[in-house]
Ligand binder design. Structure first.
Ligand SMILES: [Zn+2]
Length: 412
């Protein structure tokens, strides 16, 4: 699926020009556009304020489920999950009858643009906040690929670099901190300042701050001020910078500040009998402090013989549900691999989330009112380029996975 002719690289059916200036694509995890608007209004993003005036500013749709892994993989492959195969952080593997994390590259069905650029002789560097994404993003790629989370474990053999902690000059941050993302930006600036600077760099942060802090609050503004400083440094080095997000973020609470949860496994156990249906939450990952595994997207496996269309209608009538679709309809509408989703896909509204059974969610770790994502309500994300462009169609449905197209093909 990869071809190079002269200076054009074809990956997954899309054409890309090889970079002539260093290109940096940044995925700001959980960057609801309002975080930027509020931070700019509060004077926290002087660099971005200038880019918003002089560069290219679009809003784009991320892929559904609006989760981290599917969207990061869409950004680096340029295609939706129906092509690359990564449709969640977590899935029910029908073949082995087990529920597993989707971090292993064996789930990836398409090559990444990053690997193709490296094969075309370009120097590529990838820095991600959490280690869970590293192997997927770096799959088949020659170059530098490490996480802030395990920066102290980076080796030449595994990561293409060693001595990262000394290079960056920051201690390895806690996985639950704003500093985990700052480490990504700081590393990006150090790598770009190197004598052997990368031709292409992909930086991916964590949404720890966005899960806790609403747009315009001091905690959020401080994060965006930090980011603005590092992006300004990369800009000053001559980088073409495309900034987008994997998904947005919304408050998902009742008025008593408790999460507004539809416990779908409990509902279906009541309707069909205990354990007859299996509710899978693809947001599930090892980092539950953020969100207690509660997001606005679930998929349901049903016992054979169940009328999925009728049941989908019954689920759709639950208060707080937005869209409930059969497997085929969900695969078509959300561009998902039909063989990796259940018989039903359920998406909840902006203010509510979907759980499995109440007894299976430990919400004691949540230390702030729940903010989360996963639904159509978190689909709108920024797509910003620090360069002008001409002839872009403002009516086109831009996607966050157009970020590399924008940076490599459209930047002037
Ligand atoms: Zn995310």
């Amino acid at each position: 699926m990869t071809n190079t002719t002269a200076s054009i690289l074809q990956v997954n059916g899309r054409n890309y020009h090889l970079p002539t200036a260093p290109v940096v694509v940044v995925c700001v995890d959980g960057c609801e556009p309002d975080y930027i608007a509020q931070a700019v209004a509060h004077g926290a993003m002087p660099w971005l304020k200038r880019v918003l005036a002089e560069g290219t500013v679009l809003t784009a749709d991320c892929v559904i489920p609006s989760f981290t892994n599917p969207n990061n993989l869409s950004i680096v492959t340029g295609v939706p999950p129906s092509v690359h195969g990564i449709c969640g952080n977590y899935l029910y593997d029908v073949a082995s009858n087990t529920e597993v994390m989707m971090n292993d590259p064996k789930w990836l069905r398409a090559p990444t643009l990053l690997a193709a650029l490296a094969d075309a002789g370009k120097t590529v560097a990838v820095v991600t906040a959490k280690d869970k994404l590293r192997k997927l993003l770096g799959h088949g790629m020659k170059g530098i690929c490490f996480s802030a989370e395990k920066a102290d474990e980076a080796t030449i053999a595994e990561n293409g670099i060693t001595g990262v902690v000394d290079l960056v000059g920051m201690p390895v941050p806690s996985v639950y901190s704003a500093e985990l993302s700052e480490f990504v930006f700081a590393a990006g600036v150090k790598l770009m300042g190197n004598s052997k600077r990368p031709d292409v760099m992909y930086l991916s942060t964590t949404d720890y701050v966005q899960h806790k802090h609403a747009p315009g609050t001091p905690g959020a503004d401080a994060f965006y001020r930090m980011m603005d400083g590092y992006l300004g440094l990369l800009d000053a080095m001559g980088c073409v910078i495309a900034l987008t997000a994997d998904h947005g973020m919304n408050a998902k609470t009742r008025m008593d500040a408790q999460p507004d949860v539809i416990y779908l496994q409990d509902v279906l156990d009541g309707w069909l009998g205990a354990g007859q249906a299996r509710v899978i939450l693809p947001i599930t990952d090892p980092y539950v402090v953020h969100h207690g595994a509660l997001g606005s997207f679930a998929t349901v496996y049903l016992p054979t013989g169940t009328d999925a269309v009728a049941l989908a209608q019954r689920i759709a009538a639950l208060r707080g549900m937005e869209t409930v679709l059969s497997r085929a309809d969900a695969a078509e509408r959300f561009e998902l691999p039909a063989d990796r989703i259940g018989d039903i896909v359920a998406v909840s509204e902006r203010f509510s989330v979907i759980g499995t059974a109440a007894a299976r969610h430990d919400l004691s770790a949540l230390d702030a009112p729940l903010r989360s994502h996963g639904g159509v309500s978190e689909q709108r994300v920024p797509l910003i380029l620090n360069r002008s462009t001409t002839g872009l169609d403002p009516q086109r449905r831009w996607r966050n996975f157009d970020a590399f197209d924008l940076a490599l093909n459209q930047a002037i």
